[in-house]
Design a protein around this ligand. Sequence first.
Ligand code: IVH
Length: 663
Amino acid sequence: MKPSQAQQLIRTLTDQINQYNDEYYQDGESSIDDDQYDILLEQLIQLEEQFPQYLTMQSPSQRVGGNTVKNFTAVKHRHAMLSLSNLYSRSDLESWHDSTVSRLTDAPVLFGCEVKIDGVAISLIYENGIFSRAITRGNGETGDDVTQNIRTIRSLPLELKEPINLEVRGEVFLPRKRFEQINQQREREGLPLFKNPRNAAAGTIRTKDTKLVAQRGLDVLLYDVVEGQTSQFHFKNLEFISELSLPVNVYRENCANADEIFTFCDRWEKEKPSLPFDIDGVVIKVDDLDQRRTLGVTAKSPRWATAWKFKAEKAKSQLISVENSIGRTGTLTPVANLEPVELMGTEVKRATLHNYDQIARLGIHEQDTLFVEKGGDIIPKIVGVDFSKRKEFSKPILAPENCPVCNSPLSRLEQEIDLHCDNLSCPAIVEGCLEHFISKKAMDIQSFGKALIRLFIQKGFVSEIPDIYMLHEKRNAMIQLEGMGDKSVDNLLNAIDNSKSKPLNHFIYALGIRHIGEKAAKTLAVQAGSVTQFLDLTEKELVTVSDFGPIMISSVLLWIQHPEHIEMIRKLISLGLNPEPLAVNLDQPFVNLRVVITGKLSQPRDIWKNRLETLGFQVSSSVSGKTNYLLAGEDAGSKREKALKLNIPILSESEMEALLNGK
Ligand code: IVH
């Protein structure tokens, strides 16, 4: 074939495929069947392979994936991606409505209500009508470039009908049906299941194999136009991009007052299961962009929009059995196996019972009929017993005395409700600890994963954390494993090697000390300065650490005094582990100043807290001699009095603003 002919044919095939795509995604029906579609696509792919000079990124062949993303590059958003404040009740809704309207006295206010899809936020950029970039929300300021993965979404045009510049935002999600198919397949393949469609979508977006992404079947619905608006009104802008064939969230309505907004929220709360995807609420927005500007934004969320969150849904189901699992810290968690029941559109078969105190409190007996509740992404939980269905002579569920995995006796610490397995070699604990150690927020050893950990434990390659750093001795044996080759083994060994110099806070978090999360690990890393000094921390020093209560302090002390832990750290250091000390950011003007927040503020307390913490403040909950400032809103009570007594400066919100602005 002559190049000119090929070029012509590529153009024709592209137009044809796009046409069928449009038919399918715009009108919901296609004039050809899937097989014919695939044949056309295959022809196009082959032609483009022969004549790569005619391949463009807008070609429908680019949706199939096939290339591997090395790393997702961080990209700064041109417009910050804010999050939303939440409303949980009718009175919340009325106050939000009233305060919004009272700030906009000049003209009536029209609202736009849209169902809130429970997926992953995305920002899409079209340049001259060509899809050029997709960026995740990230921290709101900077996100990850996931363009190659988003290109696989078939409902998204890669080229618009008009050569315009646009930045639009929406939610990427997995339709519930796809989610179920994917999990069924994963179950067959022995892979860990995704918890819910949102987790599956989030995981998929971060997948580096674009072909896999294409197979997962993500979808997107847009809800915002941030650049390239053609109207002063939000819904008009949505109509405009919809006419450009962009997929827009159609489950929306204009509402003129709180009653209408409430009716919309109430309706979708009831009709939620009828949608093909998960929603977790309704987003309410002021429709007029001029009014939005008047309202402005607070530190984290706009004043012109808010989210109505749905209440958790309840269902009844019969208890089949109680399964006890042991987590990485040795804590025993009872989980209920239930008769499958539909809850928020998904089938629930298991639900957490938290602990045996909870089981006793609810008074659960064998074969009881239980109330199960599920809200948002929360794991379903048991909230009660339907006593009218209690079986005669059924026995109460009692706590086991021995570890279900290693059979050693379970213990219970004073003041704590959880039962514990104290055998540090318990296989469940070993597996959990290793998984935690390599995880993202800990040592972030990429290319390691739960499945590999399990396999390595089975093969006897690892049985404690230091073994990870001796894996290079097992290189030959590892290469022999199915699915592993020279390259993947070397990648893994490199990643392990690189983790030796992870920052100290990651390392401390990776140790999996009870009650020590990411934030506490950071505080400890700053306080200690190095691994050896971390082991030398004393009670006296820990007591001075802000936000560290007695439970955290005793947990740290117990850990660092345990001979096996000291030995493990010694071993790790001798294997070359050398965590990087955490530099205190002296650019933070308010580093280590202690502030307490109290009273009713004009924005949620967490927003102030986050903002102050990023500037270096330590935000604590009670006023003491060490407190530097009290940020007090309306109706500040005893904390204000205490601050007055202790002569601690009491600042209003505007005075705090002034302090932050250096005035
Ligand atoms: S508007 C500043 N509209 O909900 C306005 N968000 O909790 C930002 N979401 O991050 C968002 N459906 O990921 C908006 N129709 C909708 C939405 C929606 C889902 C998500 C979005 C956002 C989160 C806020």
